[in-house]
Ligand binder design. Structure first.
Ligand code: NAG
Ligand code: NAG
Ligand code: NAG
Ligand code: NAG
Ligand code: NAG
Length: 416
């Protein structure tokens, strides 16, 4: 009895050490390929588990893996790993408040157990759908056939690169992009506070989150790498994990309208609302400022907004603003093979899966949103005032996004 128990413990420990060795070895190999230019951060690094695809243990029993989880995590108890380090001290007033919010999650663990099969299949399905839609010649949209080299530099401004972890994120405004941008800032350690990288996503001020100087995007490669820019982009696209988040295209438009035209926004009022009021609302001289307009209860209706999108004049003046530009134009899903396609409709599950796949679930957590999200169920109400013909035109404009990302044609809005 005693010896057999000893033997079992011995076998488990031995196997666990083997796994640890494999993990560390893999991490080194990964690092030497991945870090093309970024200075490597000092301080302790937690060995990352290898991605589930390549892990040889995935076929073993889950209980065995749970043992290993427990074993590995023994070494990550308070004080030994990044997630449990005390938050950096700061004497600033604003950051004191941030300090209060920053609660190091002591239960943060490295997961070695596989992600739920359902979630992996979901991703498999979304990736396959993208491939099929890109290969299907009956689905046509501008720019679909061009090669990556033919995409102008300025159209690559939504691809954020994190060399530290080998991640590329294509941000789509109105699809939780603030939160993912926050995470990219944390991961790339591009925001320092008293010389220490910021680690609480929610402590990053809003204006900084959207300040392009915080993000290293593809369109900046030219400046940094000169004639090697395209080549390096392609190397990184090949080696890094690429992800994006999408949502129902019509609901995204409702969200954009609510955010930019129902709330006071001076910039959007001047650039877009005034144009809509002039062209479609019989207001030849709309109020000069958003405050004046709101004080007399004047703002473009959702119908005016849709009319603006459908007006050929709009695209002639300049490309759609990023808040309503189609995802296929922002993220080039037929030129870039995304490894992960998140849906806002399942944001929390997808976020957790993604952070695990990226092997950073021990570094950041996706901030849960408590804001008044635009719900899909409101769609019928919002489109009530939009004429049927306009809805159909609008569908044509956004059809590639519906098809590429598996959103059903909203028949109830388009038939009759
Ligand atoms: C922090 O800032 C607020 C206003 O932003 C101010 O009223 C308060 O006195 C400041 N507190 C400290 C400790 O500086
Ligand atoms: C391509 O798309 C068309 C129209 O949506 C569809 O009928 C057809 O089955 C698709 N072809 C393939 C090979 O998937
Ligand atoms: C893209 O290529 C396919 C065949 O390769 C062709 O049928 C289709 O018309 C092309 N589409 C565009 C927009 O050029
Ligand atoms: C963005 O940040 C940079 C430096 O941090 C600053 O100089 C610039 O003014 C900021 N831009 C905006 C639009 O806030
Ligand atoms: C959320 O927004 C909708 C529409 O803008 C509004 O009717 C509703 O009262 C809001 N809910 C909350 C909890 O603020």
């Amino acid at each position: 009895m005693g010896t057999s128990r000893m033997f079992r413990i011995f076998v488990v420990l031995g196997s666990a050490f083997m796994v640890l060795l494999i993990i560390i070895y893999w991490d080194d190999v990964g690092a030497s390929h991945l870090y093309l230019h970024t200075p490597v951060s000092p301080g302790p690094r937690i060995p990352h588990p290898p991605p589930p695809k390549t892990r040889p243990q995935t076929s073993r029993a889950p209980s065995f893996l749970n043992d290993i989880d427990a074993f590995v995590n023994q070494f990550l108890e308070p004080g030994t790993g990044e997630p449990t380090d005390p938050a950096p001290v700061d004497t600033g007033n604003q950051s004191e408040k941030a300090e209060e919010r920053y609660v190091p999650r002591r239960e943060w663990k490295i997961h070695l157990t596989p992600v739920a099969a359902e979630l992996r299949e979901r991703q498999e399905h979304r990736r396959k759908l993208l491939q099929e839609m890109c290969a299907n010649d009956s689905i046509v949209f501008p720019g679909k056939n061009r090669s990556f080299d033919d995409i102008p530099n300025k159209e690559l401004d939504h691809l954020i690169v994190d060399d530290r972890h080998g991640i590329i994120y294509c941000y789509v405004p109105k699809v939780a992009c603030s939160n993912w941008k926050r995470i990219m800032i944390i991961l790339s350690e591009s925001l320092l506070r008293d010389g220490v990288p910021q680690r609480d996503p929610l402590a990053i001020p809003r204006d900084l989150v959207h300040n392009s100087s915080m993000h290293f995007t593809f369109n900046k490669f030219w400046k940094r790498y000169g004639k090697f820019a395209r080549h390096l982009m392609k190397v990184k696209l090949k080696k890094y994990t690429k992800f994006l988040f999408v949502r129902d295209p019509f609901v995204r438009l409702i969200s954009a309208y609510r955010n930019k035209f129902e709330l006071r926004n001076e910039d959007f009022y001047r650039r877009f609302a005034q144009v809509m009021l002039r062209r479609y609302a019989n207001q030849p001289t709309p109020p000069a400022t958003v405050d004046e307009a709101f004080s007399v209860g004047l703002h473009p209706s959702f119908s005016h907004f849709i009319q603006y999108l459908l007006d050929p004049q709009t695209e002639k003046e300049m490309p759609f603003n990023e808040h309503w530009r189609q995802v296929y134009r922002l993220c080039h899903p037929c030129q870039i093979q995304y490894d992960f396609v998140g849906h806002l409709e399942s944001a929390e599950e997808d976020a957790e899966h993604l952070l695990r796949q990226l092997r950073v679930d021990n570094v950041v957590e996706f901030p849960t949103s408590h804001r008044n999200l635009t719900a899909s169920s409101w769609e019928a109400d919002w489109f009530n005032a939009v004429p049927l013909e306009a809805r159909r035109e609008l569908y044509k404009l956004y059809e590639p996004d519906f098809r590429l990302f598996g959103y059903e044609r909203p028949d109830s809005l388009l038939n009759e």
